[in-house]
Design a protein around this ligand. Structure first.
Ligand SMILES: Cc1cc2nc3c(=O)[nH]c(=O)nc-3n(C[C@H](O)[C@H](O)[C@H](O)COP(=O)(O)OP(=O)(O)OC[C@H]3O[C@@H](n4cnc5c(N)ncnc54)[C@H](O)[C@@H]3O)c2cc1C
Length: 463
């Protein structure tokens, strides 16, 4: 394993405890999960059983039943897999840090995976503060959901893709190895844990039981889980990767559709790259589309993570973008807008623009929106809102409410990008100032955009 993925937060000379605890929260999968691998290695080494824990909270910010269904499908798959592996996997109905603090009292080691958003950092900080008080506990954190560990890719907030790209590309080779298949010698399946927490044995049954926001419909366009993620990835590399250079065409389906799986940690970018490299050995003609995909799934994605990791105001309109963008917005704040819509008109896709309405419909009904249309969608919210801050709030609200991949570092970076972040200043124009501008004529010129409308109408028919 790449040891650079591991941070030793605290080591103890004493080995005391009934089990090794892996608190799984970000990396909701078995394969290419370096934290899980470390747990198995330590269990085998010390002859102590491994217990894997997941805390299921009903209060995750902005999450609703659509997101929960996808996550529960993934947890149901894990329940089944861990039984096969002989490893005890417990899901408690509690806030993740609360359950972890209780379980770590009797553990020799606490292993955590890594998430980068505020709520994930708050949970981790609370756990670590409490864990440091247990003198015999070994505390380790492992990063498996990025190609290059964030602090090693860069120690600061990067300005743009061009500044982080060379730093990441130079290190990819060092981090691309496949973790060894290690099997646990000590079966922990029947290990008894005494606790007052409510254990969830059948995750899917919880969908109707949990106190969730049910105002957003469920979607069957994506099924959650590592098995589904792997299936989606293989379908992508075999059938769509050859055409990936045309991924920007909303009328086609050449993108990977992996973002919901990456968001929930159902697949690791390291696994993705490992298999792409293998594929290129036998299919060198795929080099160009593969490099283009790597640019998105590694460089752009890890730029977004860099942003969220180093900029504590990543979701605050007043701090998320650059001075030139704020100056420009200030200059154009009183420009007259040809159209103005309310949140409810946006949400019910009732604008004058059929392409925008179709994109919004795709989002509301299916939990996804084509990549190119996401840019167009947010740019138009800027153009049709009374002011920039309202536009930001509407875009972020809708993004996180409807997208299965919402509430991700990519969500905050994607919306900030529409306000100039990681972009450059463009020619001055009304309302947008120096922010990049997009219009419907561009869609008509570049794509068969009416075919996109037909595609989404067919996809959402009967909903
Ligand atoms: C306004 C706006 C909002 C967005 N909101 C989200 C969001 O909530 N969640 C989300 O995951 N992505 C978001 N994105 C980024 C991007 O549009 C999606 O990741 C992509 O459309 C997902 O489709 P895919 O998996 O088929 O992409 P592919 O083209 O197949 O790319 C593969 C992977 O690369 C990453 N990626 C692709 N484009 C970008 C990008 N521009 N920035 C960072 N990473 C990228 C994603 O992880 C994606 O799954 C947003 C972009 C914009 C402009």
């Amino acid at each position: 394993m790449g040891n650079e993925r591991i941070q030793h937060i605290k080591s103890s000379n004493e080995l005391k405890g009934d089990y090794i605890l892996y608190w799984m929260q970000q990396s909701q999968r078995i394969t290419f999960n370096y934290a899980l691998n470390l747990g198995i290695i330590l269990s085998n080494l010390h002859g102590i059983p491994l217990v894997v824990y997941f805390g299921l909270t009903e209060d995750y910010p902005d999450a609703n039943q659509r997101h929960y269904k996808f996550m529960l499908e993934g947890l149901a798959y894990l329940k089944h897999k861990f039984v096969q592996m002989g490893i005890k996997f417990v899901i408690y109905r509690t806030s993740p840090e609360v359950g972890c603090i209780k379980l770590m009292q009797n553990a020799s080691h606490l292993i955590m995976d890594t998430g980068y958003t505020r709520i994930q950092k708050i949970w981790k900080q609370t756990v670590v503060e409490n864990a440091l008080k247990i003198s015999t506990l070994n505390i380790l954190e492992v990063e498996s959901d990025v190609m290059v560990p964030v602090r090693l890719a860069s120690e600061k907030e990067e300005y743009a893709a061009r500044t982080i790209r060379p730093k990441i590309i130079a290190q990819i080779e060092a981090y691309i190895s496949k973790p060894k298949d290690i099997f646990p010698y000590y079966r922990s399946l029947h290990f008894e844990i005494k606790t007052d927490m409510e254990e969830i044995k059948a995750p899917m049954e919880m969908l109707d039981v949990l106190k969730l926001d049910r105002t957003v419909s469920l979607t069957n366009r994506f099924i959650g889980g590592e098995d589904e993620a792997i299936k989606a990835f293989h379908e992508f590399i075999h059938y769509r990767l050859p055409n990936y250079l045309q991924r920007n065409h909303p009328e086609f389906d050449y993108c990977s559709y992996l973002s919901p799986y990456l968001h929930f940690g159902h697949i690791s970018p390291v696994k993705i790259l490992y298999h792409i490299q293998k594929l290129l050995k036998t299919s060198p003609e795929l080099e160009e589309p593969a490099q283009s995909f790597i640019e998105e799934v590694v460089v752009r994605r890890e730029l977004a993570i860099n942003f969220v990791n180093y900029n504590e105001h990543y979701d605050d309109f007043h701090y998320m973008t650059y001075a030139w963008a704020y100056d420009s917005m200030l200059m154009h704040k009183d420009d007259s807008r040809d159209y103005l819509y309310t949140l409810s008109e946006f949400e019910q896709y009732q604008t004058h623009d059929i392409y925008w309405n179709t994109a919004m419909k795709e989002m509301v009904h299916t939990g996804f929106m084509h990549t190119y249309m996401r840019m167009y969608w947010c740019k138009k919210i800027i153009e049709w809102s009374p002011d920039y801050e309202t536009a930001y709030d509407i875009a972020l609200y809708l993004n996180n409410k409807y997208f299965l991949d919402g509430r991700d570092p990519n969500s905050y970076a994607g919306i900030a990008w529409c306000f100039g972040k990681h972009d450059r200043a463009w020619t001055e124009r009304p309302v947008f100032g120096k922010l990049r501008y997009m219009n419907a004529n561009g869609l008509k010129r570049k794509f068969d955009i009416d075919k996109y409308v037909e595609k989404i109408n067919a996809l959402t028919e009967g909903d």
